[in-house]
Design a protein around this ligand. Structure first.
Ligand code: NZQ
Ligand code: ZN
Length: 387
């Protein structure tokens, strides 16, 4: 087991009705609140009105309209401007991962006197930030419990994932009932995103029984509970379990002590959404089986079949290659069964920019250092196989 130094400072407040604690939580941080949200789902589900009512003693400024794959310009820049002009004390992000990631970039950008893009691209490092409280309404990214953020720039086709300890929310409210209205498409994409986060940690050189068992159980739970959520969107227990599995997904807890994997799936997917603005989880689901197939080798086969045997209960007493092929096939079929379009063409991506995207991946992510190293040609082949 490798050494690690781990801390997650985020307080999780989980369950039905926990929002009643919002005023008490918020008042620790001050009176001036920047309320950030997306395209209107929080209004449709009545959460916006609930928040405004609970925060009647606070001075509220608003940043609405944050899009999926949140954009640096205008959302991050507008948020930074509001914070600087009004001396905001605390940001309340209400929505999915996009709203929260945008809020993370605003929180550090507001305490930085140059271009906030520097902080996203590691040209500079934040020294301060505005505290972030969030109410997450979509189970997927795990942004509510991690220090990652992902910001897109349409002018340069960049979608950058970065980590900064200032990005940890101080408090995350997780009420599974807010996810009852998440569409089938986003429920399935959220499941694929969370499964990919686990796979990114599972497929590595050194792991152990504890972490493997934790991750295999989480993938099984996501597979079973996502299907329940799709059949009955108001199944509280299924939504709750899905939410918790997603929350753990990206903060490293699944793989403490493991060796690094390089997160190749995310490296590749971010290029797809940067160029074509597709749904993150769908891009990942399309890439996963093609990536597994591409990296299958003598070196990787044991890990791939361990996942197949333990997640899909495959018979271990067969040829390794047969087990690996079934594992990849069942992974593809699972995503297909929850309604994910499994070909890039179905989400509007053709062969035209494949090589350009592959080069762009390597520029930011250096996947030649991954568990199964990928060159630009490898990435282009995986994209082609996904068409
Ligand atoms: O914009 P609104 O109207 O709120 O609608 C959203 C949006 O259209 C809707 N939605 C959210 N909650 C809802 C709801 N609809 C009905 N009922 C609800 N309760 O869902 C749509 C998608 O929302 P979005 O926030 O984009 O989805 P998600 O949470 O999957 O976030 C995706 C973003 O997070 C990044 C992705 O790359 C992508 O940009 N990621 C962030 C990570 C992190 N910070 O750790 C890790 C991930 O790997 C990921 O890269
Ligand atoms: Zn992801």
């Amino acid at each position: 087991m490798h050494n690690f130094d781990y801390q997650t400072p985020t307080r999780l407040i989980f369950g039905k009705g926990v929002i009643e604690k919002l005023p008490e939580v918020m008042k620790q941080f001050g009176k001036k609140v920047l309320l950030t949200y997306g395209g209107g789902s929080i209004k449709k589900i009545g959460l916006y009105d609930e928040v405004i009512k609970l925060l009647s003693d606070f001075e509220i400024f608003e940043l609405p309209g944050i899009q999926p794959n949140p954009k640096y310009d205008p959302s991050v820049l507008n948020g930074v401007k509001i914070c600087k002009e009004n001396d905001i004390d605390v940001i309340l992000a209400v929505g999915g991962g996009s709203v929260l990631d945008c809020s993370k970039a605003i929180a550090t950008g507001a305490k930085y006197d140059k271009d906030p893009w520097d902080l996203i691209t590691y040209k500079a490092f934040a020294t301060d930030s505005i505290p972030i409280v969030d109410i997450i309404t979509l189970a997927a990214t795990g942004s509510e419990y991690d220090c990652g953020g992902v910001i897109s720039r349409t002018d340069t086709n960049d979608k950058i994932g970065y980590m900064d300890r200032h990005n940890f929310p101080v408090v995350s409210f997780l009420d599974p009932t807010y996810t009852f209205t998440v569409s089938k498409k986003q429920t399935a994409a959220g499941c694929a995103d969370a499964i990919s986060h686990i796979m990114e940690q599972y497929f590595c050189e050194d792991s152990n029984m504890l972490n493997d068992g934790f991750m295999e159980a989480a993938i099984k739970s996501l597979m079973i509970n996502t299907k329940k959520c799709l059949d009955n969107p108001e199944d509280y227990e299924a939504r709750a379990e899905m939410m918790l599995a997603c929350t753990y997904g990206c903060n490293g807890i699944y793989s403490l002590g493991n060796s690094k994997s390089g997160w190749p799936l995310h490296g590749m997917e971010h290029a797809l959404s940067a160029y074509y603005d597709i749904t993150h989880g769908e891009g990942l689901a399309i890439l996963i089986p093609r990536w597994m197939n591409h990296v299958l080798s003598e070196k990787t086969v044991d890990r791939i079949i361990k996942y197949g045997i333990n997640v899909f209960n495959l018979d271990p007493n067969r040829e390794k290659l047969d087990i690996a092929e079934d594992t990849i096939d069942l992974t593809f079929k699972f995503f297909e069964s929850i309604g994910i379009p499994m070909y890039l063409r179905q989400v509007g991506i053709d062969e035209k920019r494949i090589y350009e995207m592959a080069e762009h991946v390597q520029e930011w992510e250096k996947l030649d250092n991954a568990w199964a190293p990928l060159s630009v040609d490898d990435i282009a082949e995986i994209f082609k196989a996904s068409l």
